[in-house]
Design a protein around this ligand. Structure first.
Ligand SMILES: Nc1ncnc2c1ncn2[C@@H]1O[C@H](COP(=O)(O)OP(=O)(O)OP(=O)(O)O)[C@@H](O)[C@H]1O
Length: 301
C-alpha cells in the first residue's frame, strides 16, 4: 500500500520556489532516508508530508488524504525534529503520561526502558535538558509512539556518537518487530545506511534520486589514474566530479561502461571501484568539476 504520494508538488516561500516538480511515492513499512545539501528543501518537504504546511501547487496524499488539516494524518503520524517544544511547566514524566493519551500505539514500557538506558531524568523540565539529551528524549518519543508514519528530521542533532548509534539501533530493533513507514533525514549518510532501505535525495529543489541504496551505488563508478589516461579512457562519458589525489586524479562517472570499455580502462592502468553510499550521494549532490579544489586551484585549465 502507498502511504505517501506527491505529484508535481511545488513550494514557494514569498514567491521564491524551494521545491519544484516533486513527484514520488513511498510504500508502507519502508524506512526511507531523506538526504540533501543544506537548504535543499528536506525540512520543507517533511513538513508538507506531516501536514504542517501546505504545498503551493501539486497534489499531496498521505494515507489517501491531503495531510494539511487532516485528522487522520495527525492521529497516525509523528514528526520529530530538534525544534520540538512542549508546555513549559510540564516535567518529562508528565509529558510521557500525555503522550500515552495522545498516541494510540504508545508503548509505555519501551519509553521507560529507553529513558533509563539513556539516563534521562524523569523529574526535570524539557528545557533544562542538555542539547543532546533533548534530542534523545525526542527520539525516544518518536520510537515509543509507534505511529504508522514516523518522521525524523535530523533526529540526532547534538547527540554524542554512542547515543547516535544506540538511537539508530533502537529504532531498527523496534521497527523489525513493529514495522511502520519511517522517513529519516540526515546529513550523515554513513550513519543511516545500515538501517535505510531506500534513499530520497533532494537536490536543486527537485528529487534527484529515489530508489534503493544498492541501485544508487551501482549507478556510478570511481576511476583513479593520471589525468591523461582518464581523459583517454572516458571519452564521451558523463563525468560527475573530479578530485586530485596526489599525483593522480579520482573521477566519478555515470556507470554505463561496457565490458570492452572497462578492459580499455584496465589497459590504461586506471583502477575502477564502485562507490560507498556516501560517495555516491556526494557525487549526486556536489558541484560538477573539481568541487572545493577549484577554490584553491590557481592554475585552472
Ligand atoms: N519560513 C521560511 N521562509 C522563507 N524561506 C524559507 C523558510 N523556511 C525555509 N526557507 C528556505 O527554504 C529553503 C529550504 O529550506 P529547508 O529548511 O527546507 O532546507 P533543508 O534541506 O532542511 O536544510 P538543512 O539541511 O540546512 O536543514 C532554504 O533556502 C531556506 O532558506
Amino acid at each position: 500500500m502507498t502511504v505517501i504520494s506527491l505529484n508535481q508538488v511545488q513550494k514557494k516561500y514569498s514567491r521564491i520556489p524551494v521545491l519544484t516538480n516533486v513527484t514520488f511515492s513511498i510504500k508502507e513499512n519502508v524506512i526511507t532516508g531523506v538526504a540533501g545539501r543544506n537548504g535543499a528543501g528536506k525540512t520543507t518537504l517533511l513538513k508538507i508530508i506531516a501536514g504542517f504546511m501546505k504545498a503551493t501547487e501539486g497534489d499531496v496524499q498521505v494515507f489517501d488524504e491531503n495531510p494539511f488539516g487532516s485528522l487522520l494524518v495527525s492521529a497516525n503520524s509523528i514528526y520529530i525534529d530538534d525544534a520540538m517544544s512542549y508546555p513549559n511547566p510540564m516535567k518529562l514524566q508528565e509529558l510521557l503520561h500525555e503522550f500515552k493519551r495522545f498516541y494510540a500505539n504508545w508503548n509505555e514500557e519501551l519509553a521507560m526502558r529507553l529513558m533509563e538506558y539513556f539516563a534521562i531524568p524523569f523529574d526535570i523540565r524539557y528545557q533544562f535538558l542538555s542539547k543532546g539529551k533533548r534530542s534523545t528524549f525526542n527520539a525516544i518519543v518518536g520510537i515509543a509512539a509507534r505511529c504508522s508514519l514516523t518522521i525524523f528530521d535530523e533526529p540526532t542533532t547534538g547527540m554524542d556518537t554512542a547515543a547516535r548509534n544506540d538511537f539508530y539501533r533502537a529504532l531498527l530493533k523496534d521497527y523489525i518487530v513493529n514495522p511502520r513507514t519511517i522517513l529519516l533525514s540526515s546529513h550523515y549518510i554513513d550513519e543511516i545506511q545500515d538501517i535505510i532501505e531506500d534513499l530520497l535525495v533532494i537536490h536543486r529543489k527537485q528529487v534527484r534520486y529515489h530508489g534503493t541504496v544498492s541501485d544508487l551505488q551501482e549507478a556510478h563508478l570511481s576511476l583513479r589514474g593520471t589525468k591523461e589516461h582518464l581523459t583517454e579512457g572516458t571519452l564521451g562519458k558523463t563525468i560527475v566530479s573530479k578530485t586530485r589525489r596526489g599525483l593522480q586524479e579520482e573521477w566519478i562517472l555515470e556507470n554505463d561502461f561496457s565490458d570492452a570499455e572497462r578492459t580499455k580502462l584496465s589497459r590504461l592502468g586506471i583502477a575502477n571501484t564502485t562507490l560507498s553510499l556516501n560517495d555516491a550521494y556526494l557525487a549526486l549532490t556536489e558541484q560538477p568539476r573539481g568541487g572545493i579544489d577549484d577554490v584553491f586551484d590557481t592554475q585552472k585549465d
